[in-house]
Design a protein around this ligand. Structure first.
Ligand code: ACO
Length: 355
C-alpha cells in the first residue's frame, strides 16, 4: 500500500535574536523567571516590513524542495499550517505559492488553523492525498510570525516572553517501501476549552458571551456603538487583539494529552514507546516536554528540545525541530520518529514516521 514519506526537510528563522534580557526594555521581567518557567533563553523576531509568515515559509520551503530533489514547479499541492497568516484572508498558502514563483501552475493551497497542533493536522491531511494517489509532491509547512501580535507591556508578560517567529517545511512523496513513511496520524480536539488559549480578535463573536466560558469580563460587550468591525477601540483597550492563556490549565491538559495520543498512535501500529528513536514534541515549554518524556519513559537523549533558542513557534515548532535534528544527523534511515503536539482549541495529535 502506498504511504507518504518525508522526502525533504527545511527550516528558516529570522536573524534577529531577542534575548530574555532584551525583553526587559519592554516589560517587568527577568531572565531567571523566563528560564525557570519555560526553558527559553532567546527567540527570533522578524524585522517588520522585511518578512512575513509566508516569506519565512518560502525560505524554509525552498530548502525542503531542493532536498527532496525536485523543483518548486513540481509541487502539486500546498498545505500550510499557521495561526498568523499574512492577512485575515486570503490564507497564507496562496501567498506562499506566489512567493515560490509557482502561482502560474494554479496548484491548490489550503490553510490549516490548528495552532500548536497545526503541523500534525497538516501532515495528516497531506498524507491522505499521497495515499490515495491524488498528488505526488505535497509541500507541508508550519510557519508563524507571532512577534507582531504580542502585548509587550508588563500586562502581557505571561505570554509575550514565550512566543517566537519561524518556519519549517517538508515535502511528502509516495513510497511503496514496506513499513516506511508516515505510519499513522492521530488527531483530537475538545472545543469546550476554546477560550483557555485564544486570541479573540479579529473575529465574528461581536462580544458574544456565555457565563460558562469564564473569559475576562471585559470581553463581554455587544454594544452597537462600536460599529461593524472585527476590531474596535473596546477590543484594543482590553487586550483582545493579543493572545490570552490560562497557563496552568494548559499545562495540566498538555501533560495528560501528549502521552495519551503518543501511546494511541503507537498502539495503532503495534509499536511501543521503546521503539521510538526520536521524539519531537511541540516546543510549548521545556518543562512540559521534560514532564511528558518522563511520563512516557523516553530517555532525554531521544527527545528534541530547541525551545531554548527559538521560543514557542506554534505550528512551526515541530517542522523546525525536525529539520534541525535532521541537519544534525539525528534522523537516520529506518528510525522511528514520533511527533506529538498539544495546543489551542484544545487540539492535540501525534504522527509516527518510519524514516
Ligand atoms: N516575568 C516575570 N514575572 C512574570 C512573568 C514574566 N514574564 N509572567 C508572569 N509573571 C508573574 C505573574 O505576574 C505572577 O506574579 P504574582 O504572583 O505577583 O501575581 C507570577 O509570575 C506567577 O504567574 P503565573 O501566571 O501564575 O505563572 P505560572 O507559574 O503559572 O507560570 C507559565 C506561567 C510558565 C505560562 C505556566 O503556567 C506554564 O508553564 N503553563 C504551561 C502553558 C505553556 O507553557 N504554554 C505555552 C504556550 S501554549 C502551547 O504551546 C500549548
Amino acid at each position: 500500500m502506498t504511504k507518504a514519506k518525508i522526502a525533504g526537510v527545511g527550516f528558516h528563522v529570522p536573524e534577529n535574536i531577542i534575548t530574555n534580557d532584551d525583553l526587559t526594555q519592554y516589560m517587568d521581567t527577568n531572565d531567571a523567571w523566563i528560564q525557570e518557567r519555560t526553558g527559553i533563553k532567546e527567540r527570533r523576531w522578524v524585522t517588520r516590513g522585511k518578512d512575513t509568515t509566508a516569506t519565512l515559509a518560502a525560505k524554509a520551503s525552498r530548502i525542503a524542495i531542493e532536498r527532496a530533489g525536485i523543483e518548486a514547479k513540481e509541487i502539486d499541492f500546498i498545505v500550510f499550517a499557521t495561526l498568523s497568516a499574512d492577512y485575515y484572508f486570503p490564507g497564507a498558502g496562496v501567498i506562499l505559492q506566489r512567493e515560490l514563483g509557482i502561482a502560474d501552475t494554479e496548484i491548490g493551497a489550503i490553510d490549516i488553523k490548528n495552532q500548536c497542533t497545526g503541523f500534525i493536522y497538516a501532515l495528516s491531511v497531506a498524507s491522505q492525498y499521497i495515499e490515495t494517489g491524488m498528488y505526488k509532491n505535497v509541500l507541508v509547512v508550519g510557519a508563524e510570525v507571532q512577534s507582531m501580535a504580542l502585548d509587550l507591556s508588563t500586562r502581557g508578560r505571561g505570554i509575550a516572553v514565550i512566543f517566537g517567529d519561524g518556519a519549517g517545511a517538508v515535502v511528502l512523496q509516495p513510497t511503496e517501501e514496506k513499513g516506511k513513511g508516515i505510519l499513522t496520524t492521530k488527531l483530537h480536539a475538545d472545543g469546550r476549552y476554546a477560550e483557555k488559549l485564544i486570541m479573540p480578535v479579529p473575529g465574528s463573536h461581536g462580544g458574544y458571551h456565555n457565563d460558562a466560558l469564564e473569559t475576562p469580563s471585559d470581553w463581554n460587550f455587544s454594544d452597537e456603538k462600536w460599529g461593524n468591525s472585527f476590531v474596535n477601540e473596546h477590543m484594543l483597550k482590553n487586550a483582545m487583539v493579543f493572545p490570552y492563556m490560562d497557563g496552568q490549565h494548559v499545562f495540566k491538559m498538555a501533560v495528560t494529552k501528549f502521552p495519551e495520543v503518543t501511546k494511541e498512535a503507537l498502539d495503532a501500529v503495534h509499536l511501543k514507546v521503546s521503539d521510538i528513536d526520536l521524539f519531537i514534541p511541540h516546543q510549548a515549554n521545556l518543562r512540559i516536554s521534560q514532564f511528558v518524556a518522563k511520563r512516557l519513559g523516553i530517555p532525554l537523549e531521544k527527545v528534541v528540545n530547541n525551545i531554548q533558542k527559538y521560543g514557542n513557534t506554534t505550528a512551526a515548532s515541530i517542522p523546525i525541530a525536525l529539520a534541525e535534528a535532521w541537519e544534525a544527523g539525528r534522523v537516520k534511515e529506518g528510525d522511528l520518529v514520533c511527533m506529538t503536539a498539544f495546543g489551542s482549541g484544545f487540539t492535540w495529535g501525534s504522527a509516527l514516521v518510519r524514516w
